[in-house]
Design a binder for this molecule. Structure first.
Ligand SMILES: [Zn+2]
Ligand SMILES: [Zn+2]
Length: 143
């Protein structure tokens, strides 16, 4: 009996330990969320005038946001769409004007993100590429 009791005791302890692990994990996750929220609030508060000891973080976040914008644009472009930069309306890629707010849209070849991306799949292209390396589509040459 002593042997069995011993096992039960061990199982019980393992359960308790894993319960603590779950609690720890949950609490650590909450801490991370608060750090992230703090970072966002700080960024929004100081974006115009950030303390120079944090400048590298600000720079990196701004770069990543620009990168995300580019990826989103190319994702839409791969579906033959683009987004109006003024009102956010999603419209056909070759539109010259926004059909919602009437904003004149810059030509695609003047858009740094779009002029360098495959019109069929949105892959970023090397300057002067004639074919897309991902899908093989012929790249229209800029006049
Ligand atoms: Zn618009
Ligand atoms: Zn492609």
């Amino acid at each position: 009996m002593g042997f069995l009791n011993n096992i039960q005791e061990k199982v019980g302890k393992t359960e308790i330990v894993s319960r603590f692990d779950r609690e720890l994990e949950k609490t650590e996750q909450k801490i991370e969320e608060q750090y992230a929220a703090l970072g966002k609030a700080f960024f929004a508060h100081c974006e115009e005038n950030c303390p120079k000891e944090y400048a590298a973080y600000f720079q990196e976040i701004q770069n990543l946001c620009r990168e995300r914008e580019g990826i989103e644009k190319r994702k839409l472009a791969s579906k033959g769409l683009r987004k109006c930069s003024v009102c956010g309306q999603v419209i056909p890629l070759d539109s010259a004007f926004c059909n919602k707010c009437g904003e004149k849209l810059p030509p695609l070849n003047e858009d740094a993100d779009l002029s360098s991306c495959c019109p069929a799949c949105g892959e970023k292209l090397e300057p002067g590429a004639a074919f897309c390396v991902r899908c093989g589509a012929k790249v229209p040459t800029a006049e």
